[in-house]
Design a protein around this ligand. Sequence first.
Ligand code: SF4
Ligand code: SF4
Length: 251
Amino acid sequence: MQKVKVRDKKKLTESVRDYAQSLGADIFGVADPFNRLLQAAPEGHRPQDYLKGAKSVVVLGMVVIKHVLNTTPSTIYSKHYDTINECLNAAAYGVAKFLKRSGYESIHFPETDNYKVLWRQYEAGYQKFVPSFNHMAAAEAAGLGKKGICGVLLTPEYGPRVRWISIVTEAPLVKGNAFSGEICLEKIQSNTCQKCVRSCPIGAISVEGGTDVRRCWVYWNQLRDMGSACGVCIRNCPVGEKTWLSPIQSK
Ligand code: SF4
Ligand code: SF4
């Protein structure tokens, strides 16, 4: 198939967005692969390390249903978490094929790395895990949100109740602009929220240090072994407490 010319990149971007929506994406964005947030990844994990001719990073978000999250810690939320991840993986695979059929090499990544890999990092003493690809950094670079005190990306529409996935592609797409300002209430003004800090059952979040991902990881896995899951911090975040979905969000 003939490549779409660069001057048609708006049209191409819209067609990718529409296709992503048809696969269940609630939020769509495009980041510059050379954005500093993506270039901050260790060598081997940057967009150009995976795809030499990378020109765009497509980011898809799927919304966590609030009333399901409200039950957490619960097996209902644990299953919902897995369902969203499966949907994200399928959507990223579909979008990567769509781009490939349009003439552009692309690579997609799992929504979460295999837990065995993350355990190895934990046992090796990593203070922050190194994912194959940092989806939250890509979403922030695409201008879809900003990190809160809890360490999770907050979107203006849904707060932290979104899961993400990314596709690196050679397609020249229209990029989003970085989000200006803060979204987290505590970052906007001190001592106005801290709900994530107060609600974490193991005290793994602090205003100064953010989330202790090692402690969170151990507790999270204990619950998962029992068929449950945590997510109490994102349940209690007051940002974006909408209970219904808006039309697809894109930048
Ligand atoms: S997921 Fe649970 S344990 Fe981890 S930081 Fe959030 S509330 Fe704490
Ligand atoms: S609960 Fe409050 S302090 Fe925590 S991330 Fe949300 S807005 Fe920020």
